[in-house]
Design a protein around this ligand. Structure first.
Ligand code: PBG
Length: 336
């Protein structure tokens, strides 16, 4: 929509509507609420363990019992969903990635425990082989290649195990071709009609994932880069084609990732498709803001709120963010 040409000064004074808080609130177009948040949580083995992640100040790997406490906290704070990422013990990372679809793997145990304790909190999962892969890649490695079709078969098994464990939202983050259709077909055949898919449709090959790879223990293992499957940061039209493809294959929601450097993509996706659109404010974005705040270079609370509001303004319906509990607490204190 092109804005109407404003009347000249002084008929139009833009500052009139900014002159007091009540008027600013009335004309505010985008707002951030706890309803917009998905909280990514790292899970690890053990009991009553909370292990801080150095490159993500304020974020820890949690044992399953602690992850359940976190989900209870999400419920109290009005956060609709948590998203689980497993830190898999090194002995469970193999060439064949078999732990990925084990019904009793860490992630599936955490899903069951959370759904048993706080059924009202939606549980989102990650579908990709990297936490189980000795090579740290999202797909099977054969020679120098990350193979597509064999990986999709494995991702389908992984998706079914997660749905069986009670996951509400499946998040394929692997960027293989054809995985959404294959997963959707398998879910329907297995009677999981209401399990939703939030496709990481436009996921870029980004250096902003660095701290996450530390968090899931994949940094050391990763040989080479993910450029043969994740998107080139120079592309924008391709994001629309990927979103169209994933929707046609049965995705319910789509994601743009990373977030802040790709807000133009969020806006294009929302305007082009009008579907539930999410962004992932990734580990590197979180780390940047936290580091600057810890140094006293930025006001941490203010940049947290402003960075998250930007996603709403760019057309996103929700945001995956490590700030979720902190920002929900702040919004609750502000009465929002
Ligand atoms: C891997 C995966 C990644 C993230 C989510 N799932 C990293 C990668 O693709 O290497 C990144 C999330 C973040 O940086 O916060 N399947």
């Amino acid at each position: 929509m092109t804005p109407m040409t404003p009347a000249p000064f002084p008929e139009t004074r833009f500052r009139r509507m900014r002159s007091q808080p009540a008027l600013r609130r009335l004309m505010r177009e985008s707002i951030l609420t706890a309803d917009d948040l998905i909280w990514p949580i790292f899970v690890r083995d053990g009991d009553n363990v909370e292990e801080p992640i150095a490159s993500m100040p304020g974020v820890s790997r949690l044992s399953v019992d602690r992850a359940v406490r976190a989900a209870e906290q999400a419920a109290r704070l009005g956060i609709p969903a948590v998203c689980l990422f497993p830190y898999t013990a090194m002995e469970h990372r193999t060439q064949d990635c078999a732990m990925a679809w084990d019904p009793d793997n860490l992630s599936n145990r955490a899903i069951r425990a959370i759904k048993a304790a706080v059924p009202e909190v939606a549980v989102m999962t990650d579908i990709a082989l990297d936490p189980y892969n000795i090579h740290g890649h999202d797909g099977f490695v054969v020679g120098d290649e990350i193979v597509n079709d064999a990986t999709v078969e494995a991702l389908v098994k992984m998706a079914l195990a997660q749905a069986e464990a009670g996951a509400d939202i499946l998040g394929p983050s692997d960027m293989m071709d054809g995985r959404i259709g294959a997963i959707r077909k398998a879910l329907e055949a297995a009677g999981h009609q209401n399990v939703t898919i939030l496709s990481y449709a436009a996921k870029y090959a980004s250096a902003f994932y660095g701290p996450f790879r530390d968090a899931v223990g994949a940094s050391g293992a990763l040989k080479g880069d993910k450029n043969s499957y994740q998107m080139d940061p120079g592309n924008s039209d391709e994001a629309l084609r990927l979103v169209a493809r994933d929707l046609a294959e049965g995705a319910d929601m789509v994601m743009v990732k990373p977030g802040m450097p790709y807000l133009d993509i969020c806006r294009r996706v929302k305007d082009s498709f009008g579907v539930p659109t999410f962004a992932y404010q990734v580990s590197g974005e979180y780390a940047m803001l936290q580091a600057a705040a810890q140094n006293g270079w930025l006001d941490g609370e203010k940049v947290m709120l402003e960075s998250l509001l930007a996603f709403k303004r760019a057309g996103c319906d929700g945001i995956l963010t490590y700030f979720a509990p902190q920002v929900a607490r702040l919004l609750q204190a502000q009465g929002g």
